[in-house]
Design a protein around this ligand. Structure first.
Ligand code: FAD
Length: 322
């Protein structure tokens, strides 16, 4: 299969969210030949976000609009964006990376920047899978409008849960936030916003045990008290689950250093424990996961790739000369 490989790239960027698009722009400006492989529309999580109010320079911008702006900006500097899903990234004996896609393409390059973000963590309770897209959702912006006038539940206690609960009150008549602890993890400003929202009611110290419905739609949740275990029945027309993200690192073959939650550990140049494999954005182990941090990582990674490749060429030249 190697003879059919698509060669000629300096770097392969996996994922076309904010980090991937920013890396593509910097790679283009650095005169690197780069390809960005994205399984969906470019923009990543921006496409699931309604309004962004904390990306400096834009007091308020729709996620979709920012995605288009980032994509156009990257293309202006020569970004080549291919629609395909990466299935495997493997460093082979010659020191180059094989990047295999679901369409059967094999891309080869001496460096890869992984910017594949994360996937929502599932509750793993009965009914969750049965009612997926029938009342169980992981994206308020995508599905909120389908629940006009309904009573909804949001599960979780972090920034995403609280922000999305607030967003859902545009459509829902009431939103319960079901949290298994007695306080939220979300930032204080977001907490203040939900506590001030008359349509939001907190349900503290409760775990979701089962999602029940009519067969066609969610009808209620079975909850258990986190302390006593006592059961509680909560009537809702839909449930939005925001209990975290799992980094999309399963495509990497071989061992790579990661933290306890599976996020990739990098050095200050964004290089992982596999030389030549860089990581940027939500897939990387760090304190905060925001658009600003994703593009910051990507800037560093793209510039570090330039230096990595230059050093590699020097090494090759020295080896030929000796
Ligand atoms: C609901 C919600 C609201 C948010 N609101 C804000 C906000 O207001 N402000 C803020 O700063 N941040 C916000 N964030 C966080 C922000 O969106 C992320 O931190 C940012 O998008 C991370 O960028 P990324 O490029 O690392 O990852 P992502 O945006 O997740 O992009 C990863 C891309 O990789 C692609 N991909 C994954 N696997 C593969 C594969 N195998 N092959 C090909 N492509 C692949 C995905 O399709 C995706 O497009 C929000 C997040 C969510 C979920």
């Amino acid at each position: 299969m190697r003879e059919n490989a698509i060669n000629g790239y300096d770097v392969i960027i996996v994922g076309g969210g904010p980090a991937g698009l920013c890396a593509a722009m910097y790679a283009g400006r650095g005169m690197l030949k780069a390809v960005t492989i994205e399984r969906g529309a470019p923009g990543g999580e921006l496409l699931n976000t309604d309004l962004i109010e904390d990306y400096i320079g834009f007091e308020s911008i729709k996620g979709w609009d920012l995605a288009v702006k980032m994509s156009e900006h990257a293309k202006k500097f020569g970004a080549e964006i291919v629609t395909d899903t990466v299935e495997r990234i493997r460093k082979v004996d010659d020191g180059w990376f094989d990047v295999v896609t679901s369409r059967g393409a094999l891309y080869r390059a001496p460096a890869v920047i992984l910017t594949a973000g994360g996937t929502p963590v599932k509750l793993g309770v009965p009914g969750e899978q049965d009612y997926a897209a029938k009342g169980v959702s992981y994206c308020a912006v995508c599905d909120g409008a389908f629940f006009k006038g309904e009573v909804l539940a949001v599960v979780g206690g972090g920034d995403a849960a609280v922000e999305e609960a607030d967003y859902l009150t545009r459509y829902a008549s009431k939103v319960y936030i079901v949290h298994r602890r007695d306080q939220l993890r979300a930032s204080k400003i977001l907490q203040q916003r939900v506590f001030a929202n008359p349509k939001i009611e907190m349900i503290w110290n409760k775990r979701v045990v089962e999602i029940k419905g009519t067969g066609q739609a969610v009808d209620h949740l079975l909850l258990a008290d986190a302390i006593t275990g006592d059961p509680v029945r909560l009537r809702v027309g839909g449930v939005f689950i925001f209990i975290g993200f799992k980094p999309n690192t399963g495509v990497i073959e071989g061992h790579v250093k990661h933290d306890a939650a599976g996020y990739l550990i990098t050095d200050e140049k964004m290089m992982t424990s596999i030389p030549g494999l860089f990581a940027a954005g939500d897939v990387r182990s760090q304190v905060t996961r925001q658009i600003t941090t994703a593009v910051g990582d990507a800037t560093t990674a793209a510039i570090a790739v330039e230096k990595y490749l230059a050093a590699l060429r020097e090494k090759e030249k020295a080896a030929v000369g000796s």
